[in-house]
Design a protein around this ligand. Structure first.
Ligand code: SAH
Length: 260
């Protein structure tokens, strides 16, 4: 029997429960979305074309481990018996006294439940008619992706992706912006100051600061430019090399010095 390598955050992640999915391709695409986001527990309630189903494979696009461990159940109750909390995703507002939450809020709730040892499951409905009111009724809350009110119904697998993505993002520490540093470690303040001193002296010698009262302002602007660039140690060395060349210092033999 094949076993999937469980993702490290498996036990924390919600189970994905597809209720009577019709298209095997959607099951495959849902598995792919789950694996993209580090979810692995896929449960199918009475999939129309039976289970396992090889037609799910192409759209899973390599997320076979999820398909292989996916379990099919005869009833929603069986599929969710071991879970502590259930959420029903729906594109339509339901006339029920239940909380409607966003996927972001869902992610927080699932994570805090998991921290307390409780596992959550998220229900997704059939492509054609979604979840029945009876299915929605057994859930603790509804999850609605807040989309264009005039066109809010998502493809099943895309709905799985959005929910899974929000769950992942809630635990993601990727900085919103970061410098990928092919030039090595960032320059230290001392290296930068050494360069600035030299640059200022060199500009002085070249009579760059002609208007004395503008000198301080101009120098601040120049420093700001370099600081914005967040120079790496090696880049500071390049600047030293350029200054040496401009100052007329011979840098050692170059290609042009090479004979013939
Ligand atoms: N025609 C169905 C929609 C089915 S879409 C209906 O009117 O209900 C298939 C499933 O994707 C839905 O049952 C739901 O689980 C999920 N889904 C689609 N759009 C969604 C949205 N905007 N918010 C939350 N879940 C959505």
């Amino acid at each position: 029997m094949k076993t999937a390598v469980p993702a490290p955050d498996d036990a924390q992640a919600p189970a994905v429960v597809l209720v009577e999915p019709q298209m095997a391709a959607n099951i495959g695409a849902a598995a792919r979305a789950m694996m993209n986001c580090g979810l692995s527990d896929l449960r199918l309630v009475r999939p129309r074309d039976g289970w396992p189903n090889d037609e799910a494979r192409p759209m899973a696009s390599g997320a076979d481990a999820i398909l292989e461990t996916a379990r099919a159940f005869d009833s929603l109750a069986d599929a969710t018996a071991d879970l502590h909390r259930l959420y029903a995703t729906t594109a339509r507002h339901r006339d029920m006294a239940k909380h409607e939450i966003t996927p972001r809020r869902l992610a927080d709730e699932v994570r805090s439940a998991a921290a307390g040892g409780q596992r959550a499951g998220v229900l997704f409905g059939r492509e054609r008619i979604g979840l029945t009111n009876e299915e929605v009724a057994v859930c603790d809350a509804l999850v609605v992706v807040p989309l264009n009110p005039a066109f809010s119904s998502l493809n099943l697998a895309q709905a799985v992706l959005l929910i899974a993505y929000e769950w992942r993002m809630a635990g993601d520490a990727t900085p919103a912006r970061r410098l990928v540093e092919p030039e090595g470690v960032p320059a230290t303040r001392a290296e930068l100051e050494g360069f600035f001193d030299r640059l200022e002296g060199s500009l002085e010698t070249a009579n760059f600061f002609r208007v004395e009262h503008m000198r301080a302002v101009m120098w601040r602007k120049i420093r700001a430019m370099f600081l914005r660039a967040q120079l790496a140690e090696r880049e500071v060395k390049i600047w030293h090399g350029m200054l040496s060349a401009l100052e007329g210092k011979k840098l050692g033999p170059s290609d042009r010095d090479a004979p013939g």
